[in-house]
Structure formats: structure tokens, C-alpha cells
Design a binder for this molecule. Structure first.
Ligand SMILES: [Zn+2]
Length: 285
């Protein structure tokens, strides 16, 4: 199966815990099963209708209509199912000789060029079509429901050593005029193992949620370093990703990096990171 994820970051960045609980959502499943022309004709012929029968496509659901449009582009049997996913906007797979699309419901109103892009997305020029789809998603992102945070109450801020809520509030007042509006918590502890790399923190825009890696909750990790990591994630809200001219998403642009360097202990914290990274990588968590 192939899929296009939102936000537009590589799938590997999708945090495991960000997959929202699958709430029973209303979904429209459209099997494009048109009645054969002859059946309609013979039905009309045998029983003269008292009322005029409208054109058959007036009865088609939005999913069926889109499936028809896609079929015209692909020349292949297509099914469309609309979803209310928070992460996966476009996915498709082939089931029993049919191309089965699962599309966010925003695509019910997709213009012709976007329909062509969806059709082309399963072909060779996938990247190119992905850009058109990305652009459409970006202008309709308000239709994407904010992923519910089932663990909202379980968000741990107080660690054994560092108190993230305290650090966050302190930084918000000191550097952001208290304007950052996010929740913060420690990430889940992974099974005990050595790490090759570590992602210190992550900011999830749709949930306004900052997660800090639990390995940082360690007496050997100075507060200024936890502060820099937290500051970095808060900056992601203050300076959201921009789309570069070539369509790529720029997460840590120049403006971001310059603002980050204004963190008072920036050099100190980065120097500490360089010389103590092994603590974070080898620490059993
Ligand atoms: Zn970042």
C-alpha cells in the first residue's frame, strides 16, 4: 500500500503514539457498480415510468462520482472510500483487480487537476503528482480534524530530574511573551537498548504537543540542555514550516536557526551535546 501522510514529513517521523485511536467514523464506501446500460433501457421499456427518470449519475454519491472521474483518467476499475483520517490523506491499493483509494473527504470537492494528480499518484510520476496533492491538502488543512489526544491526561511532565511543565512555562514567559500554546510531556520509554541516534524532542503541529525524549530525564543531563531542546520545539510553533519555492517543506529554515541561536546558553548546550551524546545514546531507558 502506498500512502501520503500529513504532516508532510517522511513517514519515519510519524511518532508511533500519534496514531489516533480509530474512532468509529462515518465512512462512505462506494463500489462503482453501474448498472449495465441495457438493464436500464429494458427496465424503462417494460414498465413505462410515471415520472421522468433522471440521469443515472445524479444518484451517484460523491465517492462514486470521484471514482468515475478517476476511472476516466486511469482506465481501470476504481473504488473510492472517503475517510476522516488525521494522518493519511491519500492511500491506495489494488484489491481484486480494482484500484481502491482511501481519500480524505476534502477530496470530494477536488478540482480536475487534483483528480488527475490522484489518478497519477499510483503511476510513475508519483512525485510530481504528490506535489499537486500536497498543495491541495495545504489549502484545505482546516478540514483535517485535530487528532484527539487520548493520552492527554496521561501526559507526564514531571520527570525524576527535570520538570518539563516548569521549564516550558519558564521559557514561554522569558522568550515568547507567554504566547506559545502547547502541551508538553515526556515521550514513552523505549525498550532497553543502545541507540545509534536520538531524537531529543518532537513537536506535533496538529496536536500542539511537544514530546521530550525520556533519556534526557537524567541527573547527568544539565537543565540548560533540556531547556534548549524544549525551546527548539516551542520555536516550531512560533516559526511554522514554510514551503520553499521548489515545493519542499522547510522546517528549520534560516529564520528558525537564527532564532534558535538566540537561546542564551545555545553554544554551551550544543557543546555539552557534542561531548556527552554518548550518555544519551547508551543510557538504558
Ligand atoms: Zn526541529
Amino acid at each position: 500500500m502506498s500512502q501520503l501522510l500529513f504532516p508532510f514529513t517522511p513517514a519515519t517521523r510519524k511518532p508511533a503514539h500519534a496514531e489516533p485511536a480509530k474512532a468509529p467514523l462515518p465512512q462512505t464506501r462506494a463500489l462503482v457498480q453501474r448498472q449495465p446500460e441495457s438493464a436500464l433501457v429494458s427496465a424503462q421499456a417494460s414498465t413505462p415510468p410515471a415520472v421522468r427518470i433522471p440521469r443515472a449519475d445524479l444518484f451517484l454519491s460523491p465517492a462514486q462520482q470521484l471514482a468515475e472521474q478517476l476511472e476516466e483518467c486511469i482506465n481501470e476499475a476504481v473504488e473510492v472510500e472517503f475517510t476522516d483520517n488525521a494522518w493519511t490523506m491519500v492511500s491506495y491499493k489494488r484489491i481484486a483487480g480494482r484500484l481502491h483509494y482511501r481519500l480524505h473527504h476534502m477530496f470530494a470537492a477536488a478540482p480536475a487537476d487534483v483528480v488527475r494528480a490522484i489518478a497519477g499518484f499510483c503511476g510513475r510520476a508519483r512525485k510530481l503528482h504528490g506535489k499537486t496533492i500536497d498543495a491541495f491538502i495545504r489549502t484545505h488543512r482546516q478540514l483535517i480534524r485535530t487528532a484527539p489526544a487520548p493520552d492527554a491526561n496521561a501526559l507526564q511532565t514531571r520527570g525524576d530530574v527535570h520538570d518539563l511543565a516548569e521549564i516550558y512555562t519558564h521559557l514561554n514567559g522569558l522568550h515568547f511573551e507567554g504566547k506559545i500554546d502547547a502541551r508538553i510531556g515526556w515521550g514513552r520509554r523505549a525498550p532497553d537498548r543502545r541507540r545509534r541516534s536520538i531524537k531529543m524532542g518532537v513537536y506535533m503541529h496538529d496536536q500542539r504537543l511537544i514530546r521530550i525524549h525520556p533519556a534526557l530525564d537524567d541527573v547527568r543531563v544539565p537543565r540548560m540542555f533540556v531547556e534548549l531542546v524544549t525551546f527548539h520545539e516551542m520555536l516550531h510553533q512560533a516559526i511554522p514550516p514554510k514551503s520553499a519555492e521548489d515545493g519542499r517543506r522547510c522546517v528549520h529554515g534560516r529564520e528558525f536557526r537564527e532564532a534558535e541561536r538566540k537561546f542564551p546558553a545555545y553554544e554551551q548546550a550544543r557543546a555539552w551535546e557534542k561531548s556527552h551524546l554518548h550518555i544519551l545514546l547508551r543510557r538504558s531507558s
